[in-house]
Design a protein around this ligand. Structure first.
Ligand SMILES: *Cc1c(COP(=O)(O)O)cnc(C)c1O
Length: 400
């Protein structure tokens, strides 16, 4: 999946095209990573095809064992997507109609849809403006007798403040489900994402740090009983075949995905180191040209090991969209995660939120811009990104 910015360049016809010195920088180029492991991948895929076994199986068992070890938990259960992992986690905690689930509004849609689909009510919590993660100090005021779960999201690859969140949750005896879809390998206080809550949810969507060749997800837990329940719920509540204990769903991992992910997992630490080096280089490059005072750079929070699924800057003064268009003209890929926080989404209008309810989430929606950060990004490409951002502000500074 090469997320090329060219369609944005074509879309904004009002800006005159000028000759640019660079060939552009993609937001994400998964081909570069693939080229380094294509023989191993081909062999793994061929082995699965030869086996004739396409759902679950030994490749899947192997992935579960390696990822359990990687995430520092005794149990891991593969499923069909990160979205399903969230749904299954809430199902395992018997969340249903009348229940409330606390979660950030500034996250991907799947965090909230999982609760909504079970008839529960998402209760949106504002974020910390520095980390973009759920603000622990707001939780207590939103907990009611109906609150049945808290879902912190480890956004962009950095863990939420798990110690404070868990202290509040324990006091109220509310389970914490981690949305670790963007944070495989991230750590808080020396422990991995997915090992803190009752259940952790990972995604193998191709843009994630451990991306498959399609959809996939995984649940982590320290609780053997929950692990068993999650496994049952993800396979139609069936045990043995055609005997159904509970009404589950069909959410199994394809064997091909498991085989691909087994090839990729041993490289993950190296790729993470690449992302961390790129983040560090951006920070230095922005500081060199004084741009760190013009845009707000992402920061590593105390106790965190950041795995940089995204490198997200904040562009103040309503300049974000103009900067994005400027970069698109120069074939530099960027993305906005997320333009509309969930409490203002049309599909959740029934919940009754209005603009102003969650000011930090709304401000983030208007100011954030994700820059290319994938591990194979070159130093020269990063220089291009930073140079063009600086050029935008110099040019618009002259014009205004
Ligand atoms: C990607 C993502 C999901 C959903 O994962 P899928 O595998 O795409 O279903 C959930 N939450 C967050 C925060 C994500 O980034």
């Amino acid at each position: 999946m090469s997320v090329a910015p060219s369609r944005h360049a074509l879309a904004s016809t009002t800006i005159p095209l000028v000759a640019t010195p660079s060939a552009g920088v993609p937001l994400l180029d998964v081909q570069r990573q693939y080229q380094t492991i294509r023989r191993e991948i081909a062999q793994a895929i061929e082995r699965v095809c030869d086996s004739g076994r396409f759902v679950l199986g030994p490749d899947c068992d192997q992935l579960e064992q390696s990822l359990a070890r990687y995430c520092q938990v005794p149990h891991a259960i593969a499923c069909a997507s990160g979205s399903d992992a969230l749904l299954l986690a809430l199902m395992a905690h018997n969340i249903g109609p009348g229940d409330e689930v606390l979660m950030p509004s500034y996250t991907f849609f799947a965090t909230a849809s999982a609760a909504w689909r079970l008839g529960a009510k998402p209760v949106f919590v504002d974020i910390d403006p520095i980390t973009f993660n759920i603000a622990p100090n707001l939780l207590e005021g939103l907990i009611t007798a109906a609150t049945k779960a808290i879902i912190p999201v480890h956004l962009y690859g950095q863990c939420a403040e798990m110690r404070s969140i868990l202290a509040i949750a324990r006091r109220h005896r509310i389970p914490v489900i981690e949305d670790a879809a963007q944070a495989v390998g991230a750590e808080y206080d020396g422990r991995r994402a997915g090992s803190w809550g009752t259940i952790g949810c990972l995604s193998f969507y191709p843009t994630k740090n451990l991306g498959g060749f399609g959809d996939g997800g995984l649940l982590t837990t320290t609780d053997a009983q929950l692990a068993d329940k999650l496994r049952l719920l993800g396979t139609h509540g069936m045990r043995p075949r055609y005997f159904h204990h509970v009404v589950g769903i069909n959410s199994r991992l394809d064997t091909l995905q498991a085989a691909v992910l087994n090839v990729k997992l041993p490289y993950l630490e190296g790729w993470t180191a690449g992302r961390q080096a790129n983040a560090q280089r951006y920070t230095e490059l922005f500081a060199l040209c004084g741009m760190d005072r013009v845009v707000m750079l992402p920061r590593i929070a105390p106790l965190c090991r950041h795995v940089w699924n995204q490198y997200v800057i904040r562009v103040p003064d309503g300049r974000r969209d103009a900067l994005r268009a400027y970069l698109a003209e120069r074939n530099i890929g960027t993305e906005i995660y997320y333009p509309v926080p969930l409490h203002l989404q049309e599909c959740f209008a029934k919940l009754g939120y209005t603009r102003g309810n969650l000011p930090e989430s709304e401000r983030a929606g208007g100011e954030t811009l994700a820059l290319p950060i994938f591990p194979e990004l070159t130093a020269a490409e990063q220089q291009t990104v930073v140079r063009e951002i600086a050029a935008f502000f110099h040019q618009s500074g002259r014009n205004s």
